[in-house]
Design a protein. Structure first.
Ligand SMILES: NC(=O)c1ccc[n+]([C@@H]2O[C@H](COP(=O)([O-])OP(=O)(O)OC[C@H]3O[C@@H](n4cnc5c(N)ncnc54)[C@H](O)[C@@H]3O)[C@@H](O)[C@H]2O)c1
Length: 251
């Protein structure tokens, strides 16, 4: 059975939520969900189409390449200039270049880790600096993956970033408890453009390996993220929440 949707609460009323990679997919669904829950949303993406998403939901957009530290800093500054503060920072963008190591170039590795490790670290850094400056409270959400926990063939550099995301999340949680929480979200197969290129026969095999028998809708990730970032999850920090239709349960 597919997920059912329930009335949306207003847990994030007036909170400032920054989502990277918010022009489409999981990031877009999160932007929409936080806006529905009352947040003031800043969408960051290198893709200018993020501006259209922002306009539709009454959010702001700042074109940002998350692999460029100066642009990440400018994103934080633009958010504070627009909304006065940052309450929730969500590192979610990723460079989708999936290859085994013998086919991958060093340039591709730098591109992938530039967004997925350095970009996440830099995002967390500017968020923590701002949260401390405004009194200390805040939440950092990092999008990880089931591939943070298990290997899958053909994803060498991508998997390295997703392992690093868990380690970064733990470290942030320890350094800034109890004021700033850091939580990773680890999705399994989510129906976004990132997986659209997978050939039909391969996709059928992947679906068959998921006990839930389907990919999740990005809205399901967004609903979980909104809970994780809310006061209802105040005791949750330094950990990862897995949303995978029991994929990892097989072992
Ligand atoms: N879709 C899945 O099955 C799945 C599974 C596990 C984890 N994830 C993770 O979820 C997150 C979102 O994935 P998605 O499926 O929504 O992907 P997506 O491709 O639909 O969206 C990714 C977004 O990131 C943006 N982006 C790429 N490079 C950027 C950069 N340098 N600076 C700023 N923005 C950049 C893209 O423009 C795009 O809007 C990623 O971290 C991904 O690893 C996805």
């Amino acid at each position: 059975m597919n997920a059912r949707y329930f009335p949306v609460p207003d847990r994030h009323m007036r909170r400032v939520y920054v989502i990277t990679g918010g022009a489409q997919g999981i990031g877009q669904a999160c932007a929409e969900r936080f806006a529905q829950e009352g947040a003031q949303v800043m969408i960051a993406d290198r893709d200018p189409r993020g501006a259209d998403v922002a306009e539709t939901i009454g959010a702001a957009f700042h074109q940002t390449d998350m692999s460029d530290p100066a642009q990440v800093r400018a994103l934080a500054a633009a958010t504070v200039a627009r909304f006065g503060r940052i309450d929730i920072w969500h590192n979610n963008a990723f460079a989708a270049v999936f290859k085994p190591i013998h086919e991958q170039t060093l340039e591709e590795f730098d591109q992938i880790t530039g967004v997925g490790i350095r970009g996440y670290w830099m995002g967390a850094k500017v968020a923590v600096e701002q949260m401390r400056a405004q009194g200390g409270k805040g939440v950092i959400v990092n999008t990880a993956s089931v591939q943070s926990f298990v290997g899958e063939k053909g994803f060498s550099a991508y998997q390295a970033t997703k392992g690093a995301v868990l380690a970064l999340t733990r470290s942030l949680a320890l350094d800034h408890a109890p004021d700033i929480r850091a939580v990773a979200i680890a999705p399994g197969l989510i129906a976004t453009d990132a997986v659209k290129g997978i050939p039909e026969d391969v996709m059928a095999e992947v679906i068959a390996s998921i006990p839930a028998g389907r990919a999740a809708d990005p809205k399901e990730v967004a609903a979980l993220t909104a809970f994780i970032a809310s006061d209802e999850a105040d005791y949750m920090s330094g950990t990862a929440v897995i949303l995978d239709g029991a994929y990892l349960a097989i072992g």
